[in-house]
Write a protein that binds this ligand. Sequence first.
Ligand code: NAD
Length: 285
Amino acid sequence: MTDDAIEPPELTTDRILTIDDDHFTTDSVALVTGAGSGIGRATAVALAQNGLTVAATDIDAEGLAGTSEKAAELDVPGEIVEIEGDLTDDEDVRRIVDEAAEEGAVRYAANIAGLQHISPLPEFPMEKYDLMHDVMLRAPFLVSKLVMPHIRDTDDGVGAIGNMCSIHGHTATQDKAGYITSKFGLRGLTQSIAAEGDGTLRAFTISTGYVKTPLVTDQIPDTAEERGISEQEVVEDVMLGESQVKEMMEPVDVANLFTLGFSQHGRHLDGGDLTWDGGHLTTYE
Ligand code: NAD
């Protein structure tokens, strides 16, 4: 297995989708959770490259600093404001949204923070289940509940909440019951926001297959052990086996979907899912 198969290349400006949008200015704030690593970091940088003020939050302060460094290196026209916080703590979530609102009009939220745990269901530790549920479903619910009034308070009520789902919000596989349960729930939350959003306050999910981030590379050894196969077989057969496109996505490919969904070009995307999975869910051999 080559490192290139799982290590993303350096993020460069030319890989970032930029869209002209009247709301993509530093007066608009996009709250991004999980912004200290992987998809969240790429999304924070990409939205700042689109001119927004990004309230970047994560439990990992060092990771957040790395995100700011990356944005500075690319000389983004927008801004990144670091807000450290733990999404399992309701008071922290309230403070995060309050601090984001001090930076401008909160129009966008990207619920991206997450974690994985590999274990057969009968042995699944309940404390892991609770943690995954708190970070990947309860926190997005609370963030949405707190952000919706801010979007409604803007001059035109335009804004959107994007939730990072997965192919595992649509289909199930072995040893990921905690993750799959949360991701299926996230689609219910998303459609509920759309049902209450009057068409200007929109919501959407993004469902990808495997993306080159630490969340994925860290699960390769555990998956190999649980299934009794090599790490190379995990990548080629388990992760990409059902996909027609035999290449893992990069974090920036996902970031670009958040930009599209938040933009005017996403204005008919409401409650729906951007299924960007290389054919994983839609085809079989
Ligand atoms: P990652 O591990 O690189 O980043 C996850 C981030 O979430 C980390 O920075 C971590 O510190 C943060 N986080 C975890 N618990 C937190 C908490 N209690 N409070 C605040 N922040 C917390 O992972 P990633 O691959 O970038 O995943 C991001 C999201 O994308 C997750 O929701 C994941 O389920 C989803 N996703 C990932 C893939 C993939 O293949 N990588 C595929 C589909 C969906």
